[in-house]
Design a protein around this ligand. Structure first.
Ligand code: FAD
Length: 394
């Protein structure tokens, strides 16, 4: 197998890196990684600015059919994700671009595609996900927020939780029960909702480092036009499964690790302990090589996913496998680097902080992808059942 890029792909990659470097040089001083966009106003403005910059170049529509404004293929998407991840830039709305757009292309009516895809393509509209509830996470189909149809509207009542960016987003995609008496996986409905709709209250859930990223969303007689449905009335579970595949196989996460490992190697090459460079310690070399090997494996997985998506053949197991592997690699990287840094790994806003204090924040946030998008235990069940054909436990 030949992993080399064609000359055209190589030129595209250079262009992505060049533009991303220019954007990186414009980031506000308070910007400390993509999650800071949710917490700090000027970082959110920077997120929107980057989104528009990508949008005007057509870089948010890779892999879309030409009739909806698609530009470029899935390989462009991989190379672009790599450049964005390398510089740790915001601007690619993980909910709108990475999850909802491919779901609309696969499952929505023409009316919905025409109404909502342009805002995602231009980087103007930001989205959030209203799925989980206090008593429905892994068992999402057990959700109780209702969307009862009355005339040409659904009236929504209930509570969602853990909703990333809900205090910032313009629109939300959500799943609701349209008949509370019906069996669990039936009568769920997938609706698109304007976050400015009357009856929506967003309340922050402070993260352990004090930042505002996650939210509870209360919905009290919220009116959603019935034509904002994706899929069929009562057919929301099928749409949830399509979207979950795109959510879990989102390869953007992986590329943030590329520059992280470079920084770690540079630190080991210039830092001495007991008079010896860290990079000469065989145990440290071994642990970093292990990380680098994992990173190469996950890059190959990302190429595999891009290939599968371009042929519309991505299976449940592929998405689950890339989610488990990349999230656990991120956790391992945070653990190894904070081990290496010792007490310096525990400070961020201090003159003693190393590498901008990024590892302290990575250590605190690395478990997020392990739990969110469906926990890794659930993904392992999916791999066992659908990928390997192992029996389900009682
Ligand atoms: C930081 C963060 C961001 C999130 N962002 C969003 C968002 O934007 N939008 C949204 O809708 N949701 C979001 N979520 C919610 C997320 O999807 C759920 O937390 C997740 O699905 C787990 O559900 P739960 O928290 O209810 O845990 P539970 O389902 O109660 O699980 C508790 C534990 O039991 C285990 N478990 C449960 N069932 C099984 C089983 N059958 N087999 C083996 N183990 C099992 C789980 O793996 C877990 O360890 C986010 C969560 C977090 C932590």
């Amino acid at each position: 197998m030949d992993f080399r890029l064609t000359p055209e792909q190589d030129a595209r990659k250079k262009e992505f890196y060049r533009v991303c470097k220019e954007l990186y040089d414009k980031k506000p001083a308070s910007y400390s990684g993509i999650e800071s966009k949710n917490h700090i106003d000027e970082c959110w403005d920077f997120h929107r600015f980057c989104a528009r910059e990508y949008g005007k170049r057509g870089w948010l529509t890779f892999g879309w059919p030409a009739e909806y404004g698609g530009a470029g293929d899935m390989m462009d998407k991989v190379l672009f994700s790599e450049a964005v991840g390398y510089f740790g830039l915001p601007g690619v709305d993980e909910f709108g671009v990475a999850m909802l757009a491919p779901t609309l292309l696969a499952a929505a009516s023409e009316e919905i595609k025409k109404k909502f895809l342009p805002g995602i393509a231009s980087g103007e509209t930001m989205w959030c996900e209203l799925w989980s509830e206090p008593n429905a996470g892994s068992d999402l189909a057990g959700l109780t927020t209702t969307a009862i149809k009355k005339g040409d509207e659904y009236i929504v009542n209930g509570q969602k939780t853990w909703n990333t960016s809900a205090h910032r987003a313009d629109w939300a995609f959500g799943v609701y029960r349209n008949d509370p008496q019906a069996p669990k996986h039936k009568n769920l409905t997938f609706l698109l909702c304007d976050m400015k709709s009357p009856g929506i209250t967003v309340k922050g859930i402070p993260y352990m480092d004090g930042s505002h990223i996650y939210n509870e969303v209360y919905m009290d007689d919220v009116h959603i036009p019935a034509n904002q449905i994706v899929g069929k009335d009562g057919g929301g579970w099928a749409v949830v499964n399509v979207l979950a595949g795109f959510e879990r196989s989102n390869i953007g996460l992986v590329y943030g690790l590329l520059s992280a490992i470079e920084h770690l190697v540079a630190y080991c090459n210039e830092t001495k302990r007991n008079g010896v460079l860290l990079s000469k310690d065989p145990i440290i070399r071994n642990r970093i090589s292990d990380l680098a090997t994992g990173l190469e494996a996950v890059r190959t997985l990302a190429l595999h996913i891009a290939d599968q998506q371009s042929r519309h053949e991505m299976g449940l197991m592929d998405a689950a496998a890339v989610k488990v592997f990349s999230s656990e690699l991120m956790e391992k990287m945070a653990q190894i680097s904070t081990d290496l840094l010792g007490p310096y790994g525990q400070v961020s806003h201090s003159k003693f902080a190393k590498m901008n204090g990024n590892w302290e924040s990575m250590y605190q946030t690395c478990f997020v992808p392990i739990v969110s998008m469906g926990t890794n235990e659930i993904q392992r069940n999916i791999i066992a059942w659908y990928g390997l054909g192992l029996p389900r436990m009682k």
